[in-house]
Structure formats: C-alpha cells, structure tokens
Design a protein around this ligand. Structure first.
Ligand SMILES: Nc1ncnc2c1ncn2[C@@H]1O[C@H](COP(=O)(O)OP(=O)(O)OP(=O)(O)O)[C@@H](O)[C@H]1O
Ligand SMILES: [Mg+2]
Length: 255
C-alpha cells in the first residue's frame, strides 16, 4: 500500500472473525506505516471495535495474520503486544477514581518500566519514574490537577487521563476507540487536539475510531469506512464521505 511515511509498522492479512452469522471482520487486510494516522468510521455493529480488539489480542481471530515490524503477533497475549508497541486506550477501565491524577499516570509509567506499585530501594529509578510522570502530565495539560482525585474531575478529564496513560506505555501504534464519546462539543475538540499533537510529535501511527464525521475531517488525511466487517472505502474524508455507497451506510444508519 503506497505511502511515504516510512516502513510498514503493522501488517494485517485476511483477518476474519464471525460471531455465528455475524461477520464482524470479513478478511480484512491493511498496512500501516510508522507515523501514519487513519480514522475508522462505520455504523454501529460494523466491526470497528472487534477489529481493534483483534489487533491488541483481546479478541481471537478465526483466521488471518497480524505482524508488527515484521514479527508475527497473532497469537500473543495483550501484555506482550503492548510491550512490543501496540497499545489501545483503556476505555477508562484502568483509570482509578480513588487515586490522584499523578498516581494514575505513574502506574502506567511503572508498568512500562516493569515495576509494580512498591517502594523502591533504588532512589534514582523512583526519581526517573516520577519525572517521566510529571512530563506526561504536562504534555496533556494535566499538571494543574495532578494532586486531585480522579473522582472529583469531569468525564472529559478522565478521557484525557486515559489517553495520557496509554502514551505512558510508549506505543509505536496507538489504537483509540471513540475518544470523545460522552463528551461535550467544545471539550471534544480539546481532547482530540491534545491527543493528535502528541501522536504527531512522537511520529506515532494511530487508528482512531470516531463517530463525529466533522471531527474526522479535521484530524486525519485518511479515513476508512467499515461496513459489515469489510473496509468499503478509503481515502481523504471529504472525498470518501461523498461516495454513494458510503452515504448509504452512514447516513442510512443515523449519521
Ligand atoms: N463477543 C461477541 N459475541 C457475539 N457477537 C459479538 C461480540 N462482539 C461483537 N459482536 C457483534 O459483532 C458485530 C460487530 O461489533 P463491534 O462491536 O465490533 O462493532 P462496532 O463497529 O464497534 O460498533 P459500535 O459503533 O456500536 O461501537 C456486531 O454485530 C456485534 O453485535
Ligand atoms: Mg465499537
């Protein structure tokens, strides 16, 4: 697949997942280069989340192969894939309400350093972890609230913390499933901008599932439309969203 963004990072070949009669993924193939950002759109039930979950190892495909930097990762558990650089935002389930923002992000920094939430004998390691945590908080504009308990913050903040924690995992490719769902219009743009700035600054590849087509037009040069487990269109959002077959599956389903 032609692009000028560097070598292929992720290669997906004929990935299939059927749930009984439901074709959630029907022989999907895709290549993503380092630094390449794609958005993925499609009606409810199109298979977007299933696709991302197969990539990170939460859903096992019926057939097909997934390679990261040429290495076959198809059968590997999620933790191992994350270490290799394929990370999905946690959908809030790893953000702890009763911890401060700092301690949440620190947990992710510890995890990527292979440490657990314990006292360190080694003071310099602890300092390194704390400095990295602070740095990430600043990148995501969270330093002001770093000592606040997450439960005292709004939903939008939790989304940003979730994204910051995913970044702390040092991904090469970031998978993001509806980063702005349940967030107000204005905050949506703020969250997306914080995330996109860091994706670009670190030259990460990304697949971002997003329902808001106006937002999709703003953030990425390239979008893929998914329908019944297949990629039915790919290209510049403006162009893709005007194709008849795309209008039919998106507009016809309440977009
Ligand atoms: N564990 C499962 N068992 C049975 N069917 C499933 C399972 N997971 C997903 N499906 C079905 O597979 C299809 C694709 O689901 P998926 O969640 O991937 O869609 P989606 O595009 O993410 O939708 P949404 O926009 O609503 O999040 C749907 O018909 C869904 O009901
Ligand atoms: Mg979904």
């Amino acid at each position: 697949m032609g692009n000028n963004q560097g070598p292929v990072l992720l290669a997906v070949e004929s990935l299939r997942k059927f749930f009984g009669e439901v074709r959630a993924a029907n022989d999907i193939s895709l290549e993503i280069a380092q630094g390449q950002v794609l958005t993925l759109v499609g009606a409810n039930g199109a298979g977007k989340s299933t696709f991302l979950n197969m990539l990170i190892g939460l859903v096992r495909p019926d057939r097909g192969e997934i390679r990261l930097e040429g290495k076959r990762i198809t059968g590997l558990p999620p933790e191992q894939r994350a270490k290799m650089g394929i990370v999905k935002t946690f959908q809030l389930e790893h953000v702890f309400d009763d911890m401060t923002v700092f301690d949440n992000v620190r947990t992710a920094c510890l995890s990527v350093a292979g440490k657990h939430y314990v006292m360190f004998k080694d003071v310099s390691t602890e300092r390194e972890i704390n400095e990295r945590t602070q740095h990430i908080l600043e990148l995501f504009d969270l330093a002001r609230v770093c000592q606040t308990l997450v439960r005292n913050l709004g939903h939008g903040y939790k989304k940003v913390i979730d994204i910051a924690m995913s970044f702390a995992m040092k991904p090469k490719i970031l998978l993001v499933d509806e980063p702005t769902s349940g967030v107000g219009e204005e905050e949506k743009y703020r969250i997306m901008e914080l995330m996109m700035n860091q994706i670009r600054a670190n030259n990460l590849a990304a697949i971002i599932v997003e329902h808001d087509l106006n937002l999709v037009k703003d953030i990425a040069k390239e979008t893929i439309v998914m329908h019944e487990g297949e990629f039915i269109a790919r290209g510049a959002p403006e162009e893709v969203f005007s194709q008849d077959k795309v209008v039919e599956v998106l507009v016809g389903r309440g977009f």
